[in-house]
Design a protein around this ligand. Structure first.
Ligand SMILES: *Cc1c(COP(=O)(O)O)cnc(C)c1O
Length: 378
């Protein structure tokens, strides 16, 4: 049987570059000519612009989103002998960052509608910590797929318990909860700027934001060997710098982020309409949130067959993620789970399927996906 070529890719980074080629080429040319390539004027300007966009006092650029989480944990003094609660239905990076600082991850289950941390389970473990674990000192809720998690009850409980809240915003640049942008709720927020993210560099990059100036200063030093002055380490640091080329590209892209998110919502609305009344579950959007659809994730007990039927029409899909963190070889049987034993997480892992969604999809491509989805609904 002939397999048709892909006419609707699941992601297309080249299209995003071509859509903005003159501005990106000019930004790169400016840096090449400047003679300054790491942590310079472009990085400082990007940090100012990103902080202003995220309505936070400070932003600190770094090498990637995993490091942004790790740097926040280090800046807050989280390390060995402490537990950090997060979810198992996430990019493995969230859990890797916790282990990078020597802390113990505790993996909680998700709300099956939004695939984000179940606040009831968090409240339960704060109230009655699992025996044998070091004290819980921080929580990393993940705004997965671009949908804000149910943060408000979690924030209140964490404040009362003296537990830090670090928002993993790697998939949710610009998403809003009750009208407030994610990244503005917790003690600090980490963003990946990996090329596929809603704001992406053309290489690795990350940024973190906070309203706590002293925390931002500590983290800015940790990011470069603990230096406040060149060659003199006041604290023990790492190397997680942002390079000028990526910062300049990100400055060219940041002004387009809100429009890109709006285009993602427009595409999502078209998919929602095409799926209405059919057997495939469209993503749930809570009434008080503005979703930014990093991924448009449908749910089906027969997702493999669905993926094959879409592929036969030239439509590519992906699975985020084929295994939860605690099911992966590196973590199997080793990381503690919350009392719900990640039952909803394991179910979701078998049923989720990510359709193509990115701002550069043409109307014709969106319509091709909608036609395929409508055929599924009949
Ligand atoms: C992408 C991602 C990260 C890690 O970002 P990198 O830039 O790849 O290090 C962390 N958390 C989530 C939820 C992500 O999607």
């Amino acid at each position: 049987m002939d397999v048709p070529s892909i006419t609707v890719p699941q992601a297309d980074l080249g299209a995003a570059y071509r859509a903005q080629q003159p501005a990106i080429d000019a930004a790169v040319g400016r840096v090449l000519a400047s003679g300054w390539y790491i942590l310079g004027g472009e990085c400082a300007a990007f940090e100012r612009e990103y902080a202003a966009w995220n309505r936070q006092k400070r932003a600190v650029g770094c090498a990637n989103g995993t490091d942004a989480l790790m740097l926040i944990l280090r800046g807050l003094g989280i390390g060995p002998g402490m537990t950090v609660a997060t979810v198992s239905h996430t990019a493995v990076a969230t859990v890797a960052a916790i282990e990078m600082v020597g802390a113990t991850p505790l993996l909680l289950d998700i709300d099956p509608d939004t695939y984000t941390m179940d606040p009831d389970e968090l409240l339960a473990v704060l109230d009655d910590p699992p025996p044998g674990l070091p004290p819980i000192r921080a929580v990393i809720p993940v705004h997965l797929y671009g949908h804000p998690c149910d943060l408000l009850p979690m924030l209140a409980a964490c404040r009362a318990a003296g537990v830090a809240v670090i928002e993993d915003c790697a998939q949710a640049h610009g998403a809003r909860l009750d009208g407030t942008m994610v990244g503005c709720f917790g003690d600090a927020a980490a963003y990946s700027l990996y090329p596929t993210k809603n704001l992406g560099a053309l290489g690795d990059a990350g940024v973190l934001t906070t309203d706590d100036e002293a925390l931002a200063d500590r983290i800015a030093a940790i990011r470069q060997y603990g230096w406040k002055r060149r060659y003199l380490s006041d604290s023990v640091g790492v190397n997680s710098r942002l390079d000028e080329m990526q910062a300049a590209i990100l400055r060219a892209r940041l002004p387009l982020l809100d429009a890109g998110n709006a285009r993602r919502r427009e595409i999502a609305a078209a998919y929602d309409a095409a799926l209405a009344g059919g057997p495939i579950a469209a993503p749930v959007r809570r009434p008080n949130v503005e979703h930014v659809y990093h991924q448009y994730v449908v749910r089906s007990a027969a997702r493999e067959e669905l993926a094959v039927r879409l592929r036969a029409q030239g439509i590519a899909t992906a699975i985020h993620y084929p295994a939860a963190v605690h099911q992966q070889e590196a973590y199997l049987g080793r990381v503690p789970l919350g009392p719900a034993a990640c039952a909803e997480t394991e179910l979701a892992t078998r049923e989720v399927l990510s359709l193509p969604i990115f701002p550069e999809l043409t109307d014709a491509q969106v319509e091709a996906v909608c036609a395929a989805l409508r055929a599924e609904a009949r």
